[in-house]
Design a protein. Structure first.
Length: 380
């Protein structure tokens, strides 16, 4: 951490951030009775319009469809009593939510667009590139895309589960330089401030390591949304891998975006490095087909930019084919890297711990150069 934090929020300003993703949580958009907080939202849209006028391209990741639809359909438990209720609430609420955003933006002369995505839209490489091209074109045209997970068709197996990580993935796809998560919390604390009076706000995180991850609390303050601090830190990891800074800031007050930009009050996560576009997509994936565990020597080699060789592997987990995305797990169960496997899981299991000169005899065919090649791997 450093003492002078006055410029942290400036990196999200139009002058320094050509493309910005703003995520708005359910607890901010919808009151406990399931009604849109129209006056508050109007002040936020005014902030977005000011950024837009200053030349910044802004996309919004908006929660709230399920909460809004549940009120209209009079569903119990905020529409989350069952998957069918959640999907019905989402389908009903999304059309109303999109109309609210479109009307408020239109009042400032801004055209809104709606994009509903599922996990597979951003996990499948071809579909990801299609979504990326659409976002790029909309933003170039001066449109403000309003993006949400397509909860009307998503299930537990094929969903992001929270819009924090969705916002980070959208930032990757859009080539954004910044992400601001407006939430019912004002940043990352050393402990849960609701339970520990000595908890203090961490204004800047320069390295998202195990110590920082241990500070996360998976619960939400409102009980309305689906994300917690764990999801926000995972979002920061995804955004940072693409070279984008991410901020967590409170959205409870009017003009929430302007307040953050003026005050820097929140937590900003700074990217350590910028992976290439394909490697950033790999790092941001939320689903993998399996994993290869490695020893300390192989872990050190990966840190030096080397490929993963069979000799350094200790075990194979899961069932995967050549070209599938897998994780590389180091000593202590630490996830070190993610990449495309050069072997299917059955052949990988045959050659773990073996030297390269023995692989052809074991496999019966000429071996590939690595289990995971460095060109198809990103260090996490």
């Amino acid at each position: 951490m450093v003492a002078d934090l006055s410029q942290d929020s400036a990196r999200f300003s139009p002058a320094q951030c050509a493309r910005l993703i703003v995520k708005v949580g359910s607890a901010l958009l919808v009151d406990p009775d399931g009604a849109i907080r129209g006056r508050w939202l109007g002040t936020l849209v005014k902030d977005i319009a000011a950024a837009h006028k200053a030349g910044q391209q802004v996309a919004i990741v908006s929660s709230g469809a399920i909460a809004l639809g549940a009120r209209r359909l009079k569903l119990p438990k905020g529409g989350r009593a069952s998957l069918e209720d959640a999907q019905a609430a989402a389908a009903t609420g999304q059309i109303a939510l999109s109309q609210v955003w479109a009307d408020l933006l239109a009042a400032h002369g801004i055209i809104a667009a709606q994009m509903l995505v599922t996990l597979d839209d951003l996990e499948d490489r071809r579909r990801y590139l299609n979504a990326s091209a659409t976002l790029d074109r909309l933003l170039t045209l001066g449109v403000v895309p309003v993006i949400n997970e397509n909860d009307s068709v998503a299930t537990a197996e094929i969903r992001f589960g929270d819009n924090d990580r969705l916002a980070a993935r959208v930032a990757q796809a859009a080539g954004a330089q910044g992400v601001i998560l407006l939430s019912d919390v004002d940043g990352l604390y050393t402990a849960n401030p609701g339970h520990d009076p000595d908890a203090t706000l961490i204004p800047r995180v320069e390295k998202l390591d195990a110590r920082i991850m241990a500070m996360a609390d998976g619960r939400t303050a409102s009980g309305m949304g689906s994300g917690g601090m764990v999801s926000k830190l995972e979002a920061a990891r995804i955004a940072n891998s693409a070279g984008a800074a991410l901020a967590i800031a409170t959205g409870k007050n009017d003009h929430a975006l302007k307040r953050y930009l003026d005050s820097s009050h929140g937590t900003v996560f700074l990217p350590e490095r910028h992976a290439g576009a394909r490697k950033a997509w790999l790092a941001g994936r939320l689903r993998v087909k399996g994993s290869i565990h490695i020893d300390a020597g192989a872990a050190a080699a990966l840190g030096k930019g080397k490929s993963l060789l069979a000799a350094g592997a200790t075990s194979v987990q899961g069932s995967f084919e050549r070209g599938d995305v897998i994780d590389v797990i180091g000593p202590g169960e630490q996830r070190l890297a993610r990449g495309l496997s050069e072997y299917d899981s059955a052949d990988a299991a045959k050659i773990i711990g073996r030297r390269s000169d023995a692989l052809e005899t074991i496999l019966g065919y000429a071996p590939r150069t690595a289990l995971v090649h460095r060109d198809h791997m990103v260090i996490l």
